[in-house]
Design a protein around this ligand. Structure first.
Ligand code: SF4
Length: 297
């Protein structure tokens, strides 16, 4: 893994496609990901994004954008205006193409620098998307941020297997991610478990029961419809579907997702599906979408 620092030229990216319904902007403090060789990296859709990888193998490089916080401050007014005009809200999705709390964060603190800057210049909405229990390193800042913006912390837990058969280990242990969700929720931070992409679950009833104990809501997202292509073609270019099929053959179909949604609804009060769930919409009592804004604000 080659880790370097770079001077970025911009930091707030106006969203398009899948993300545009969720936030007006994405913000990536790193290029590359220290979790690239872990389980989530197997099906990571970024690994085939040449714009980001520039041809380098996913998991072999990380660039820390040391000037991210200064760029956020510089771009804030212009991008806030643009976000509000285009979407009605300046929303930041942090991060869409890297892990904000990957191991390099402990050394460089780039994500922390941006979060600190947001205390003075908050977005209207911040969605913090992470695969790491180290999100709790920022718990004090997040407690302050929830006072000044609509903050949602999404912690991805794609399976309940501690060690997924045939795959590499997790970048962050399942138990620790569950504990991180609970620690944040106990502080009044709105926390959502994102089962994304949904992988085979060893014990779905127990898993969703534990999610209900630790999170405010859950979002279930299958790679079909969820990886930015309608049919899951991005993920089909990775080894993930075969890995899943070897453990649970039905898991590569939307029928498996729908079965898991039914189980989740027995345990978790708010269950979202795919992009609608990431955007904060949850399945209503009648099975249709209903808006469920962050009621801790
Ligand atoms: S943490 Fe996110 S960006 Fe990094 S490899 Fe996993 S899925 Fe990809």
């Amino acid at each position: 893994m080659e880790i370097t620092t770079v001077t970025a030229s911009s930091i707030l990216t106006r969203t398009s496609g899948y993300l545009s319904e969720i936030a007006s902007h994405s913000l990536n403090c790193y290029r590359g990901c220290g979790f690239g060789n872990s389980l989530c990296g197997v099906g990571c859709y970024v690994r085939h994004n040449l714009w980001i990888t520039r041809g380098q193998p996913w998991g072999s490089f990380v660039e820390a954008k040391w000037n991210a916080a200064a760029l956020y401050e510089k771009e804030y007014a212009t991008e806030q205006r643009w976000g509000r005009r285009k979407t009605g809200r300046f929303g930041v999705f942090l991060s869409s193409a890297t892990e904000p709390f990957q191991p390099a964060e402990q050394r460089y603190g780039i994500t922390n620098g941006v979060l600190q800057k947001m205390l003075d210049r908050p977005p209207d909405r911040l969605i913090l998307q992470t695969h790491s229990h180290r999100v709790t390193d920022a718990i004090q800042t997040l407690c302050q941020l929830k006072q000044v913006c609509d903050l949602r912390v999404h912690i991805s837990i794609e399976t309940d297997y501690d060690r997924f058969p045939g795959g590499p280990g997790h970048g962050s242990p399942v138990e620790k991610r569950l504990a991180a969700g609970r620690a944040l929720r106990d502080q009044g931070v709105w926390t959502i478990a994102t089962i994304a992409p949904l992988m085979p679950l060893r014990d779905p009833e127990q898993f969703f029961s534990r999610i209900a104990d630790s999170f405010d809501a859950v979002v279930i997202d299958h790679y079909i419809e969820g990886d930015g292509s309608q049919s899951g073609s991005r993920t089909l270019r990775t080894p993930l579907p075969v890995l899943m099929q070897n453990v649970e053959p039905s898991s590569v179909s939307l029928g498996y997702r729908d079965r898991m949604i039914d189980i989740a609804r027995r345990f978790v009060a708010r269950v979202g599906v795919g992009r609608g769930g990431f955007a904060g919409r949850f399945v209503g009592q009648d099975g249709g979408d209903e808006a469920a804004p962050c009621d801790k604000m």
